[in-house]
Design a protein around this ligand. Structure first.
Ligand code: ZN
Length: 227
């Protein structure tokens, strides 16, 4: 679950957040392993090396195996499409891992959605510097959650992108990744905004869930929670 502090997010988007400061290597806690850090190759990659420099790329061994399996399968379904991760956990397994409510113990990870340009050509990565923040808005206002009395706090909300944005959600590749993850017994749940859950065809999938209005929007990334 990602609780986004706008100030931190703004810093993140401009690359100025000190949670990405280079930290000396730390021996990971038992059970935690590092994800691949090569941003240029392989089916499973960080959105940027800053996630590795900040040592926020540790997961449990089953989570790494599940992610690697989904990434290899997605490459077969959609050649040239890596699974791109952002925030995972610290090597010492302490949680929570701010600004998240969770993360930190290696069982949670945030993955990028897939996007196209305005003409439908696949983009290689999310169109933001951090990988977060490219929100896919609901098609109808009636599908929007967390309005009125349930409105997210200002620090947890995100703005819809402009209608004339140069990118669009790639529903096919995003849905395939959700399908692959949901089919993995190691995956406990996947957080997605309700309008995307329905649009992508997961209305009857109990693993795909709404994170609630106390959490940040989950129509710019997937939060995957492993057992
Ligand atoms: Zn998350």
């Amino acid at each position: 679950m990602r609780i986004m502090v706008l100030a931190a997010a703004a810093a993140l988007l401009t690359g100025g957040c000190d949670r990405f400061a280079k930290t000396p290597p730390v021996k990971p806690a038992p059970g935690l392993v590092a994800l691949p850090c090569d941003a240029g190759n392989g089916p499973l990659r960080p959105h940027s090396r800053s996630y590795c420099v900040g040592q926020r790329h540790y997961v449990t061994a089953p989570a790494r195996a599940g992610l690697a399996g989904a990434a290899e399968a997605l490459m077969i379904h959609s050649p040239g499409t890596p699974v791109i991760y952002m925030e995972a956990s610290w090597p010492l397994g302490r949680r929570p891992m701010p600004p998240h409510l969770s993360h930190g113990d290696g069982r949670q990870i945030d993955l990028a959605l897939f996007y196209t340009d305005a003409k439908g050509a696949a983009l290689p990565r999310p169109p933001t510097r951090s990988g977060f923040g490219a929100y896919e808005p609901p098609r109808r206002e009636s599908e929007r959650r967390c309005t009125g009395a349930e409105k997210r706090s200002a620090r947890n909300d995100g703005k819809d992108p402009p209608a004339d944005r140069t990118w669009r959600l790639d529903e096919t590749r995003t849905a395939e990744l959700v399908r692959l993850l949901s089919a993995d017994r190691r995956v406990r749940r996947i957080f997605l905004e309700p309008h995307l859950k329905a649009r992508l065809g997961f209305s009857n999938d109990p693993k795909v869930r709404f994170a609630g209005c106390q959490a940040a929007r989950h129509d710019d990334h997937l939060h995957v929670d492993f057992f």
